[in-house]
Design a protein around this ligand. Structure first.
Ligand SMILES: C[S@@+](CC[C@H](N)C(=O)[O-])C[C@H]1O[C@@H](n2cnc3c(N)ncnc32)[C@H](O)[C@@H]1O
Length: 250
């Protein structure tokens, strides 16, 4: 598995400063309320810089965030709330004797698990540390949208008072493995001295169909309760890039 979110981590919050974590957290709270009212503690798989975890903690949940990138955990720890713990861990390997009501994995973290064994391990381990009827909620890239829209080269530019970050994304499509390898070139311009730093990272992303998730759920002791477009709740289609799944431990 490739290492990513190293140097990139320093620019992550700037690149996603318009992402509405508050609205996403409200959306997740509604799903949890619908499918497991009374849930108290959450394990977050791939917690990044900790934005969802902190907002959920403000609502009274106890949270353990697992994150593979130590750089992301270091950033997350700078704003950590009292009832949150962040831990450097690979979600495909992590096991614990603790138990949780809900496992969340947000913003396509599961799509970063590109091989079957990592997916089976992650879901099986989640099954072992979830309480009876516990939920596994995650969003993934949706194969029908990848086929209908075909990923293209994209540029994103954002700046703050010190730096301007330009991110160029070049996708390579591996249609035999349902993977899109997104090659990022990130140019960071220091606005004081005009010097530029260039970072390259590969982000291989797997996309999924509903029957594939159903099979994975079945093989790892879950049932699929629901799926819908992340955040809007619309029925998934060729226009839906991110689909949210709600699984329940059987
Ligand atoms: C797009 S970011 C999402 C971060 C956060 N959930 C958010 O919504 O901002 C994907 C994150 O998943 C993490 N990740 C990917 N594979 C992982 C793994 N096997 N174990 C733990 N974390 C992983 C990456 O390091 C990265 O921080």
């Amino acid at each position: 598995m490739s290492q990513n979110f190293k140097l990139y981590s320093q620019y992550y919050d700037l690149l996603y400063k318009h992402k509405d974590y508050k609205a996403e957290t409200d959306y997740l709270l509604e799903l949890i309320q619908n499918y497991l009212p009374g849930a108290k503690n959450i394990i977050e798989l791939g917690s990044g810089t900790g934005k969802h975890a902190n907002l959920l903690a403000e609502k009274g949940f106890q949270i353990l965030g697992l994150e593979r990138s130590p750089e992301m955990v270091e950033i997350a720890n700078q704003t950590k709330k009292d009832n949150v713990t962040f831990q450097v861990a690979d979600i495909a390997v992590f096991k614990t004797d603790q138990s949780f009501d809900v496992a969340l994995s947000l913003f396509h973290v599961i799509s970063y698990l590109t091989d079957n064994q990592s997916l089976i391990n992650t879901f099986s381990h989640a099954n072992s540390y979830l309480n009876k009827n516990g939920l596994l909620i995650f969003d993934v890239w949706h194969s029908p949208a990848v086929h209908a829209q075909v990923p293209e080269k994209r540029t994103k530019i954002l700046k703050d008072e010190k730096i301007e970050v330009s991110r160029y994304a070049e996708p390579i499509i591996d249609s035999e493995r349902n993977i899109v390898e997104v090659n990022y070139t990130i140019e960071v311009k220091n606005l004081n001295n005009e010097q530029t730093l260039t970072i390259n990272e590969k982000h291989p992303m797997r996309h999924f169909t509903k029957p594939e998730i159903e099979l994975l759920a079945y093989a790892t002791g879950f049932e699929v309760l629901h799926n819908e477009e992340f955040l809007t709740g619309a029925n998934p289609s060729g226009n839906t890039w991110g689909v949210c799944y709600v699984l329940r431990k059987k």
